[in-house]
Design a protein around this ligand. Structure first.
Ligand SMILES: *Cc1c(COP(=O)(O)O)cnc(C)c1O
Length: 359
């Protein structure tokens, strides 16, 4: 029997996507060759890739003055590429430190140039997000950097900083296409695909062309966004298998009703779990209720022993990935786009039963 998958990433894919990959794996659409064995230049890969990029644009409404493409190296490579390209001498980058991922991005930027930390919730254990209207940016700010959804801490911006004097760059690895986003408010949005958009390997890059013009042009080839934009990500060999999976995932999202439907489902699914958490003192959510993530629900039980028991018994009940990240402990349920509503209902029922037996 197929398990119920609550892993934080790599994470659940729709059954339809897995079946399509299986069916087309050996002989892609009657071409007599697999998608995994062919050149990435021209031919069937490039046709599929162009369709993938177009679906991506259509699903979230990416304006024409933005480049869209995929790279390798994970979101982590972007932590370095962003400051190498845009944190120029004589400027300062503004970072909001809201959890593990923004801290990692910030620490890479600090190795490259001057950084102003404009928000840091360390003293509260990264359970809150900034009031975006009150952020004070440094003069000559090269960009403002945020992580839209902190996958480990379980907090998510409900409102984004408004475009002002500085470009805004956002890591949306774990919530992209789970809700409508006004792309034109940002200069760059990027993310690893393995949370919400497909099998691990590719990183999506959405970048306003005017941001590209400000970049450091004196970089080694792979670090230069200009080179990647000019080649729509095909400067070197892209992660082809991952991109193929993303293409199928985008088709699936479209078929289900698009981003508006993903947004509705995210409300429904996260609501099912948060309502159990809020129903008694047995459960505890460590984060500011105003910024609770709908993708990664972090919760605690009265003791670590009970938490271990919860993980153990949930596994026996066919539910995987409910242990919190090793850096913070506790429990976490990731409810990405592909996570079926029935699985979330099963988790909510399991939680109630667990409370009845142990509460
Ligand atoms: C998982 C994750 C990353 C790191 O992604 P890699 O692809 O492993 O480099 C960065 N940011 C966020 C928000 C993530 O969830």
């Amino acid at each position: 029997m197929r398990k119920r998958n609550f892993f934080a990433g790599p994470s659940v894919l729709p059954m339809e996507v897995l079946e399509e990959m299986r069916d087309q794996l050996v002989d892609y659409k009657g071409n007599g060759i697999s998608m995994l064995e062919t050149s990435h230049r021209g031919g069937m890969f490039e046709d599929m890739y162009d369709e993938c990029l177009q679906s991506f644009r259509d699903l979230i409404g990416i304006p024409d003055d933005y480049d869209v493409y995929f790279l390798g190296g994970g979101a982590t490579l972007q932590f370095a590429m962003i400051p190498f390209n845009f944190l120029l001498p004589g400027t300062q980058a503004a970072y909001c430190k809201t959890g593990t991922w923004s801290n990692k991005a910030c620490s890479d930027a600090q190795k490259v140039g001057s950084v102003a930390v404009v928000f840091d919730d360390k003293e509260n254990g990264y359970t809150h997000l900034p009031d975006v209207d009150k952020l004070v940016l440094p003069e000559n700010c090269s960009y403002l950097y945020i992580c839209a959804n902190e996958t480990i801490g379980g907090i998510e911006y409900k409102k984004f900083p408004k475009r002002g004097s500085a470009p805004i760059i956002a890591d949306m690895s774990s919530d992209f296409l789970s809700r409508p986003v006004d792309v034109s408010n940002f200069d760059m949005i990027y993310g690893g695909v393995q949370k919400n958009l497909g099998p691990a390997g590719a990183t999506f890059i959405i970048m306003k062309k005017s941001l590209l013009e400000r970049r450091n042009e004196n970089l080694v080839a792979y670090f230069d966004y200009g080179l990647h934009a000019k080649n729509k990500g095909l400067y070197n060999t892209p992660p082809v298998a991952s991109i193929w999976g993303v293409k199928l995932m985008l088709d699936w999202i479209k078929k289900m009703g698009g981003v508006a439907e993903m947004d509705k489902r995210a409300d429904l699914k996260s609501g099912m779990i948060y309502s159990v958490i809020d129903s008694s003192d047995f459960w505890r959510s460590p984060v500011d209720p105003a910024v609770r993530s709908r993708m990664n629900i972090v919760f605690r039980l009265p003791s670590e022993e009970l938490e271990a028991k919860f993980v153990e018994e949930s596994k026996k009940a066919g539910m995987l990935g409910l242990k919190g990240h090793r850096s913070v402990g506790g429990l976490r349920a990731s409810l990405y786009n592909a996570c079926p509503i029935e699985d979330v209902q099963a988790l909510a029922d399991f939680m109630k039963e667990f409370e009845r037996k142990n509460g």
